[in-house]
Write a protein that binds this ligand. Structure first.
Ligand SMILES: [Zn+2]
Ligand SMILES: [Zn+2]
Length: 301
């Protein structure tokens, strides 16, 4: 796929007649960040059971955005694109009433551009997420989850490294449409430190948001750790407001479920956050934008 969001939506204001109003709000029925057994860290994952769960929940669409990582954390695990796409095809046949998007979550594609591009070349992906899970600390790539267990790591410097690294991600020529889970390290904020506050990193975050708006990607609101604003919603509501102010044109919402039971968790809260920040209450679904998960994005209302 080659379309950027700006190509998809046209110039600012072009979709002002797209029919999005606060009063046509409906429960969030699209989950744009889901993992299955094809992701190396989803040991409890099952694409088929996740699809069955989606039908049970009355969801309209699901995007399976499987991990593609090249850092030492993945221990050499590689996405089996052919096997994954075959499984997806089987599920599409088995669940005809559910729209099932193919996808991939590229970890650190700016550090591994050739590898990431090769993965994208192995199949057709409806949705590509750009992600950052690791930051460089003393010359080593360290997964941010280490914050929770390694008392030698200073959370403030990890966070600043992370936002700096994010600018590298946003400059990569590797294609992606959604910036996943901004503020990711806060999930692992260690006990005994003053609470994480977006406000304390406002300048760094705004630089990231401006770069993301210039690139034309959507900002994801990721609900994987529940919906507690301080630690879990990635990014938090304040940042989503700054995104709108920075000229951000689209928000994607996703649960980052790694097992069927977690599908869709917190999406309504994420939708409320998007609404409060000035995005539409429900996706802009128009006949002019069929055939793509980009039709499930929330745009300025
Ligand atoms: Zn991720
Ligand atoms: Zn994920």
């Amino acid at each position: 796929m080659a379309r950027t969001l700006l190509q998809h939506f046209g110039s600012p204001g072009a979709d002002s007649d797209a029919g999005s109003h606060a009063d046509d709000r409906e429960p969030a029925r699209a989950d744009l960040h889901v993992h299955s057994q094809w992701s190396w860290d989803a040991l409890q994952g099952s694409m088929e059971k996740t699809c069955a769960r989606a039908v049970e929940l009355g969801m309209r669409s699901v995007a399976f955005t499987e991990h593609s990582d090249f850092t030492p954390v993945a221990a050499g695990a590689r996405l089996d694109v052919a096997g994954y796409l075959e499984c997806l095809t089987r599920c599409r046949v088995r669940f005809p009433g559910l729209t099932i998007w193919s996808g991939v979550e590229l970890g650190e594609p700016h550090r591994f551009p050739e590898e990431a591009t090769a993965v994208l070349g192995q199949g057709t992906f409806d949705l590509v997420l750009g992600s950052l899970h690791c930051v460089e600390i003393q010359g080593r790539l360290v997964d941010c989850s280490a914050l929770a267990s390694n008392p030698e790591l200073d959370p403030g410097s990890v966070m600043r490294n992370y936002f700096r690294e994010m600018l590298g991600l946003l400059a990569t020529p590797v294609e992606f449409q959604v910036l996943a889970h901004l503020e990711y390290p806060k999930r692992y904020w260690p006990a005994g430190h003053p609470e994480y506050r977006s406000q304390d990193y406002r300048a760094e975050i705004e630089a990231v948001l401006e770069a993301a708006a210039r690139r034309g990607v959507a900002l994801e609101i990721n609900t994987t750790r529940g919906t507690d604003e301080a630690r879990s919603l990635c990014p938090g509501p304040e940042v989503v407001r700054w995104w709108r102010q920075a000229g951000g044109r689209a928000v994607a919402i996703g649960s980052d479920a790694h097992q069927p039971e977690a599908l869709g968790a917190g999406l309504d809260v994420a939708q409320e956050v998007a609404l409060a920040a000035g995005f539409s209450a429900s996706p802009v679904l128009t006949v002019s934008k069929p055939g793509s998960p980009l039709a499930e994005l929330l745009t300025p209302g």
